[in-house]
Design a protein around this ligand. Sequence first.
Ligand code: ADP
Ligand code: MG
Length: 729
Amino acid sequence: MSNFRFKALEIAQSRQALSVAPPSERVAEYYGSYTFNNEVMRSLLSPEAYLKITQAIETGGKIDRDIADEVANAMKSWAVAKGATHYTHWFQPLTGDTAEKHDAFFDVTMEGKAIEKFKGGALVQQEPDASSFPSGGLRNTFEARGYTGWDPSSPAFLMDNGAGGKTLCIPSVFISYTGEALDYKTPLLKALSAVDKAATAVCQYFDRNVTKVTPTLGPEQEYFVVDKALFYARPDLVMAGRTVFGHAPARGQQLEDHYFGTIPPRVNAFMVDFEFEAMKLGMPVRTRHNEVAPGQFEVAPTFEEVNLAIDHNALLMDLMEKVAERHNLKVLFHEKPFAGINGSGKHNNWSLGTNTGVNLLAPSSKPKESLRFLTFLVNVVKAVHDHADLLRASIASAGNEYRLGANEAPPAIVSIFLGESLTKALEDLETKSEVIVNKGDNVYYKLGINRIPSLLRDNTDRNRTSPFAFTGNKFEFRAVGGGANSSSTMTVLNAIMADQLTKFKQDLDARLANGEKKELAIVDILKAYYADSKRILFEGNGYSDEWVEEAAKRGLSNIKSSPEALGVYLKTESLDLFERTGVLSHSEVHSRYEIELEKYVKKVQIESRVIGDLAMNHVVSTALKYLNKLAETAKALVDLGMTTEAEPIKDIISEVSARVLAIKKGVDAMTETRKKANALSDTAEMAKLYATEVKDFFDVIRYEVDKLELIIDDEDWPLVKYREMLFVK
Ligand code: ADP
Ligand code: MG
């Protein structure tokens, strides 16, 4: 086995960076060339069809069959001309991966001749074999009926099959026979529509021209890159996506030199390559840089409408995995692939934009716009405060559990960072006593709102430790896991915002009906909201122990375990919120909860088995061989009469033996506990046992294994070490 490690190291060492050429000289020639985008539609569709389809996209309306036929036809000709042989509905089932089922464009007729077929019906709806996707009890497996339905708001695209051909991918929703959501996209679209409606209504108080509000998302994706040979020499990475053992390297991230360092050539070539592919698919990838930990990097696109941004992110992750193969690299999206150094997040930069081109979370120099800004800002604070636990639930996963609330920072506390000047502005507003506005007075001046923008400008100080930070003109939710589909979080965030804005409108309308002046009424409401929710604001170091204590004093939740966090979905308040906003029915929430729990159990179960397997078959067996060597040496020394010299060797023998024993005991006990957990019929109980008793053994076993890594002869150690994996050339 140790041979395997050294062979892998030799292979990894010998690899060179590939040279990557752009698809063509000018970006405009290939950017978006693989997407059936607006421009293509305009050129291929009749004016009527084009108009109808763009209207349907804009308003989410229905598409007639004859229009669908025309679009299908145009899509097919376009795709076939570009080398497509197959088409598929591309969707995001709750497994967390993307799914596709390829059908050929060609059908064989009764006479055995191939014809090209792709009609509107096949574009709009498809019936994949749904039995292989989780449904959390919504659909009987034997029925195996789920439908995928075209989402026209996300452009169809071409995917290289690798073997030369291409597949036309049609972004779709995935619903059960009875119409319940089986995917991430369906509730997301509903939440986006809910927040559009609620935010537009609020915008109407400020500007009658606002008829649509679009939530925007720019997901910054963090990831690790390791050499492919080394990846395959680590069974834990292969099976669980993270290393279950491994002693921290002497040089980790303490020098903080990786962040500003140059990108290693092999990784740079990989980045350039996947960026070209992403641009062909119309993804506005923009920044690339090293991240804090060695071997860690980030890619960020320019923000887009949320639904599109999420499709693009899912597609980008897929693409990165494929392109990495060409470079003999493996990309890791797991939230915590390596202990002792930073994990990977997917920072969700989020805002709301109007059809009039206004970013509702951008401060303005005009007093009236300032009031609107404050309205949206304070409503975000209130929504996040009131539903902090639901946001926490939306990011719960087995992987993210190692990143949030585990032994290493950050904690799983949801708090908001606003920056000093903005906090001060809100404090001033809150403490302002009754404002009396006389005829001719400038109400904004009296309210002190005219001063806010000047205070704010260029003054959004950075706090990298806050899970939910205001960054000048958007919020950045940083606690989302690197491997997650952002839909869960975006569904919750937009749903709670929709609900909060609806409440705000009710509060305001009640006051206006009393004859109160609009601006004063708004400020009064905001003051009350701020007072209600300001305990969630935190400006300090979110990674410090003091904050954990302080947050507890403030009564903020710190939900460390995923099963517990997921339990929040089932609370009456959550169920009602999802129902009120039209995002998910009670049964849909229940099924989602079940699926997430099952996923959690399976992941931890796999990790536990990998730990047992590696510990016994790789580590303990190596340790026993090493003990043998040591014993022989000690015996030889004693035979030579050198008993004193044999003493330190005996010490090592004692230590190694003790650790081997501890590992063996730990693995045995863990296996017993797993059996106990597996025997439970209630998934929630099972998940809880996995989260506590089973997982408790992980650290115990790891501790001993990592100590052995430091003692046992490097020549014999079977697992590729951190220092060998983390520094790609
Ligand atoms: P930072 O320095 O805070 O990382 P950037 O300007 O680099 O800021 O932006 C980070 C991410 O935030 C990018 O993906 C960017 O597109 C996104 N972003 C910027 N403005 C918005 C917005 N209004 N809505 C959503 N995302 C945004
Ligand atoms: Mg960021």
